[in-house]
Design a protein around this ligand. Structure first.
Ligand code: SF4
Length: 137
């Protein structure tokens, strides 16, 4: 962090361990099968993850408080990880998403943006967005 500020550096840190990412990143891009599904300020995403895949990842982070750990709801994803070479049609997460709807496996959602600076690709965003079309393609 000191080098980043002194030298004006930016760097990309790639990890499956979001508990480490939480302490490293200012901005976060969550990817599934090689596609970005949620992005924005790391603090905002850790405070209120909206995409079902991000929510599942965050629910897998162990909490340092045993009481809270026992009480929390862990999201267990069913099914196997599809091949990135042949992702499911529509939303790539549709074969494992606990909140999937019929349209999820037919149409790929576009980016929807939220007032906290985050955005995600998910049909659940409909009706709760301030903007659309933001994000990484
Ligand atoms: S678009 Fe559908 S399948 Fe994809 S993450 Fe959202 S709810 Fe789940």
């Amino acid at each position: 962090m000191a080098l980043q500020q002194e030298l004006g550096l930016s760097y990309v840190f790639i990890s499956h361990d979001l508990s480490v990412v939480r302490h490293m990143a200012d901005d976060l891009v969550v990817m599934y099968l090689g596609r970005a599904v949620e992005q924005g300020p790391a603090r905002a995403i850790f405070d209120q993850a909206r995409h079902p895949y991000t929510q599942a990842l965050l629910s897998a982070i162990p909490l340092p408080d045993p009481k809270r750990q026992r009480q929390r709801r862990k999201i267990i994803l069913s099914g196997d990880l599809p091949s990135p070479l042949r992702p499911p049609p529509g939303c790539a997460f549709s074969s494992r998403c606990p909140q999937r709807m019929p349209r999820c496996s037919e149409q790929r959602p576009d980016w929807s943006a939220f007032p906290d600076g985050t955005s995600m690709r998910c049909w659940l965003a409909e009706g709760q967005t301030a903007d659309s079309g933001a994000g990484i393609r």
